[in-house]
Design a protein around this ligand. Structure first.
Ligand code: AMP
Ligand code: ZN
Ligand code: FE
Ligand code: FE
Length: 301
């Protein structure tokens, strides 16, 4: 029996999480989730291994395919787009993954170089070694280096006391060693997700850092025009007030709703699978509505 809850936003070692796709599926089964979406940054390389484990577990937890893509957006906010129900083998998606990975490979050495200028002795090799841990073989051994890996390297060599400190001082958007990576425009990200057969939603909309309701609505109008399907209402960063506001916005713009913990394992210790931080509890009905929207859209296409 499952607990009637789902978690539609999680990361594995295929991107910057610390559990392998196999471990993540086992954890989902232990928590008793009805379904889990694997939404690694820029890649679906963890999906095959996750699906194999879910099949092996035999019933119980269901796997929803997914991806999370960062898109261009004026600061100080960030725009992350989730794609659910994407086909991991989609050529469009593979092509985009390649471009985004190349963008990371260009950015990461810049961060590491700056960190060394600032007195933190770390190398790309150390960072890559951390990023390579637990990378799914089924994904061809390809790995994604993200800032959390750099943060772990900084903790390991004593440059900072914690992951949080690594982001506060160096890696966050206002940190001393922050560099942007190559990003798609929102429209390109939506197109890619749609070509791969998925539904596109704005992840953790609070991170857009809209100044007020009018500003938020301007952003959403623009994104809807570019192809947005929905918004993530339940998330570890959202307060009860945020949830109420986002539900109202979803209704107003006829956006489908999704929710998840944004679980990353050890690099985000406060965020637990299935419950997140602020007691994120996403009932299975949310997934049912998401899937219904997806079906309707597919049959209309
Ligand atoms: P990247 O994709 O390499 O730009 O790294 C983005 C990831 O870094 C996010 O998905 C989070 O997992 C993590 N991250 C971003 N900001 C912070 C922060 N302030 N504290 C901890 N982790 C963060
Ligand atoms: Zn992440
Ligand atoms: Fe995100
Ligand atoms: Fe995420």
């Amino acid at each position: 029996m499952n607990n009637g809850l789902v978690d539609l936003h999680t990361h594995s070692t295929a991107s910057d999480g610390t559990l392998t796709p196999t471990e993540l599926m086992r954890a989902a089964a232990e928590v008793g989730l009805a379904a889990i979406a694997l939404t690694d940054h820029d890649t679906c390389n963890g999906i095959a291994e996750a699906q194999a484990e879910v099949d092996r577990l035999g019933g119980g937890v269901r796997l929803i395919t997914g991806i999370e893509i960062s898109a261009t957006f004026p600061g100080p906010g960030v725009l992350h787009i989730l794609g659910h129900f994407v086909d991991p083998l989609s050529p469009a998606l593979k092509e985009i993954s390649k471009i985004l990975l190349a963008g990371r490979n260009e950015r990461n050495p810049k961060i590491v170089r700056r960190l060394n200028e600032l007195g933190c002795r770390i190398s790309m090799e150390q960072v890559e070694e951390i990023a390579r841990r637990g990378v799914p073989e089924a994904g061809g051994g390809k790995f994604t280096v993200g800032r959390p890996h750099i943060a772990q390297a900084l903790v390991a060599n004593g440059s900072v006391a914690s992951i949080k400190q690594a982001f506060d001082v160096y890696l966050g958007t206002t940190g001393a060693a922050y560099f942007d990576k190559e990003m798609l425009t929102p429209r390109q990200a939506f197109e890619c997700i749609h070509k791969a057969g998925g539904l596109a939603t704005v992840a953790h909309p609070v991170q857009l850092k809209a100044q007020n309701t009018a500003h938020f609505q301007t952003i959403i109008n623009h994104l809807v025009e570019a192809g947005l399907d929905g918004i993530e209402v339940w998330h570890s960063d959202h307060t009860e007030r945020d949830v109420a506001f986002l539900l109202e916005m979803a209704k107003r713009y006829d956006l489908v709703t999704t929710g998840g913990s944004d679980f990353h394992g050890r690099v985000k210790e406060q965020v637990a699978l299935g419950v997140g931080k602020n007691n994120v509890r996403v009932p299975v009905e949310v997934l049912e509505r998401l899937e219904e929207r997806w079906r309707v859209k597919r049959s209309a296409a």
